[in-house]
Write a protein that binds this ligand. Sequence first.
Ligand code: THG
Length: 369
Amino acid sequence: MSAPLLSLSRRLRRTPFSEGVEAAGVKAYTVYNHMLLPTVFRSVEEDYRHLKDAVQVWDVACERQVELRGPDAAKLMQMLTPRDLRGMTAGQCYYVPIVDETGGMLNDPVAVKLAEDRWWISIADSDLLYWIRATAHGWRLDVLVDEPDVSPLAVQGPRADDLMAAVFGDAVRDLRFFRFGHFDFQGRDMVIARSGYSKQGGFEIYVEGGDIGMPLWHALMEAGKGMDVHAGCPNLIERIEGGLLSYGNDMTDDNTPHECGLGKFCNTHTAIGCIGRDALLRVAKEGPVQQIRALEIEGAAVPRCDRWWPVMAGGKRVGRVSSATWSPDFGANVAIAMVRMTHWDAGTEVTVETPEGPRAARVREKFWT
Ligand code: THG
């Protein structure tokens, strides 16, 4: 049976790099923030190997920016997240949980502080723009909230430094993790951060103005000819090994940051002004009753995980698997699960109800990489 096609229309946005992605032979897309996000080029396994061995250029334009601009930008940013932003300086990026008034996760973006009065929020797949605009409006804040024409292009893999240095100069090598700098490309200013949705290392270029997208794409491909550069994309196997969470898959607005294992990115006591602060102070006192865990599922390769698989123990449901795949490097099925506290200790044996039947599984101390 052949997989059904996804019908394209105006509502499903292309990106400034779509032309390059198609020329590189993209085999599958998903939809993320109403935009195309490539998921497969050669095969998920080949892309995985290549990401770990070489360098890839990723069209992650779907990581849309919500820009906050104006005197109340910093105040609004702190209202959105329980992470204390007082120590954050311009030039830094923070991974920030965004919560609603109940402490539920609305998104898990990267906040980019361009200046005290100018921020980009590089969002995961939820319509955060409306929540932020409504907050700004409801509180009569002096701030503009927009989606600018900014499209991230990621360069990921062990040879990312060499490729980036070839295009932007050696200074790019000096960027520290989750810091950004300004670099020139054909007379255009580019914000470049050492960050990205993989554990292989690399950069994210925030490309301002769609018109410069393809020239930059071509320049990277040209400069990387001797480095085995190839178009790539966030890789399912690699991101599960690394425990990188996917909003909408691994967590929703029913989960608190603490349940997501993002407690380390929360300073609920000192994040004064955060909308979900009271709710989170209440739940943080007790501690979460379920939490994200790495799970190793026994047996041969599991099928595609496109719905939650129940995690069972003693005939009771004690959690759910939200992401799972076969890992060639670890010779096992790697998975991300939300597990109740009675069964979340490392080594606990559980059963996962996959569409192909029950499988034994074991809770791990931590993720693989
Ligand atoms: N980069 C940018 N925007 C993004 C993503 C990104 N928007 C969508 C999505 N990814 C948001 N989710 C994440 C999830 C994980 C990370 C970043 C964004 C991440 N986590 C690191 C980790 O967990 O190891 C580091 C976190 C830290 O130490 O601060 O990078 O990837 N622009």
